[in-house]
Ligand binder design. Structure first.
Ligand SMILES: Nc1ncnc2c1ncn2[C@@H]1O[C@H](COP(=O)(O)OP(=O)(O)OP(=O)(O)O)[C@@H](O)[C@H]1O
Length: 410
């Protein structure tokens, strides 16, 4: 399919996006499976198949009259191959601007695609309910979405944002559709209402394929059969929550809580130090948190890391790639007040000029990142300075200006 009438720069046609081979084995496998199924014919277990979706927005005009310029075209989705299976929920995660809504808008036809097919093996039922069933169904809808009798007499426009969303989710799922697409269905809901909506969604999975986008990692963990994480318009990983946690999590999280002042955090710290040679990742009055690397888990009984950590690792990797490609750097100010320019998302940063006979590799810090309100990564802190351990690989940045300040990162 093509997006007729949209001209880019001066040529009148949007530039084609060169196919990008995924780095991740599961993303590559998904792409290969979809391509194979597309050639061989329909797969009865698949409700929606996205075949090489590309969405390119034309550049915008800036300036006036003779000074008019166009910004370059922007590839919002860069070749997405994805199966959504029947009777299951696929959750799409991604930072702001990663391309989730664009994908959904292309799927629902709100937005024309630039390249690719979307192939719906099952269409959502047009809800042609028999008139005799309508009253019962409406009552079920209101009770499922926990809209009270008083509220049911109010106009929809005077509902709160949370009530509107709750009713919209129930309305989307009523009448047993075969496919439901829910774009951030629980945004802005209080935790209790959110749980009601989760129950509605969970109950609707049988007989229905659901595509859901969210910024809530807990929601993704609770509801998903598979999770797809997008970054910068590309699918970066796909799989069950357990698969992603064991593949992308740095290990296991152990949180040790202290219920009274008589508890002994020092004894716990000593245990972890002597048994696993580890210091707490986070520490406050009542909890010590440790990240146990893969390989050491057999020494303790542990739970897997969270989807939030998986998401942050994927987002950091994507930011790092872009920062390196575009030469974008962020200022890291160390406790010693030294400032270094580091690519966004870099985890281990070597400090220039710290090589010594005691520390022949030099000194480094681990940098902590968190998303800001717009979803971009910003520095939330850094570890104490420490000698660079032999197993940590730091590479030289390509930016010579910054290389003067920051020699190493990864
Ligand atoms: N009409 C448009 N013209 C140009 N660029 C657009 C347009 N719509 C979206 N984009 C760009 O496409 C990218 C993907 O946007 P999209 O809304 O799909 O992201 P998202 O993952 O849904 O983000 P969010 O979590 O904030 O909803 C963004 O960089 C956005 O600025």
């Amino acid at each position: 399919m093509s997006e007729g009438g949209n001209c880019s720069f001066c040529s009148g046609s949007l530039p084609r996006l060169e196919p990008i081979t995924p780095d991740d084995e599961d993303v590559l496998k998904e792409e290969t499976t979809v391509k194979q199924q597309a050639t061989e014919g329909d797969n009865p277990n698949v409700a929606v198949q996205i075949r090489g979706l590309v969405k390119t927005y034309p550049g915008k005009s800036t300036g006036r009259c003779c000074c008019k310029k166009r910004t370059p075209p922007f590839h919002s989705v860069k070749g997405l191959w994805l199966n959504v299976k029947k009777d299951s929920l696929l959750c799409m995660l991604g930072s702001n601007g990663s391309g989730k809504t664009t994908t959904i808008s292309c799927l629902t036809g709100i937005n024309p695609v630039t390249e690719g097919d979307e192939h719906l093996q099952l269409f959502a039922n047009i809800k042609g309910l028999p008139p005799a069933e309508i009253d019962t169904v409406v009552e079920q809808l209101l009770s499922k979405s926990k809209i009270t009798k008083v509220a049911s007499k109010m106009r929809f426009c005077s509902y709160s944002g949370g009530m509107k969303r709750r009713l919209s989710v129930a309305a989307a799922l009523i009448g047993d559709p075969k496919l439901a697409i829910l774009d951030e269905p629980t945004t802005g809901m209080d935790p209790i209402t959110r749980r009601h909506v989760w129950e509605i969604i969970e109950g609707a999975k049988k007989g229905c394929a659901i595509i859901l986008t969210t910024h809530s990692m807990e929601e993704a963990d609770v509801l998903s059969d598979r999770i797809a994480i997008m970054a910068k318009g590309r699918l970066r990983c796909i799989g069950t929550s357990i698969r992603l946690k064991s593949k992308f999590g740095t290990g296991f999280i152990a949180s040790v809580g202290f219920s009274s002042e008589t508890s002994q955090p020092e004894a716990v710290k000593h245990f972890f130090k002597s048994r696993l040679d580890m210091v707490p990742k986070e520490e406050n009055k009542s909890v010590l948190t440790y990240v146990i690397p893969h390989g050491k888990e057999s020494l303790l009984t542990l739970g897997l890391t969270t989807i939030e950590e998986v998401f942050m690792n994927i987002a950091k990797q994507a930011e790092l790639e872009t920062a390196i490609a575009e030469g974008k750097f962020t200022t890291l100010t160390l406790s010693s007040e030294t400032s270094l320019e580091v690519p966004a998302g870099s985890r281990f940063v070597g400090i220039p000029g710290t090589k010594s006979p005691q520390n022949p590799g030099g000194i480094m810090v681990e940098v902590y990142w968190e998303p800001d309100e717009s979803g971009s990564l910003c520095i939330s802190g850094h570890s104490d300075e420490m000698p660079i351990p032999p197993h940590i690989q730091l590479s030289d940045p390509p930016n010579t200006k910054s290389a003067k300040k920051t020699r190493n990162y990864n």
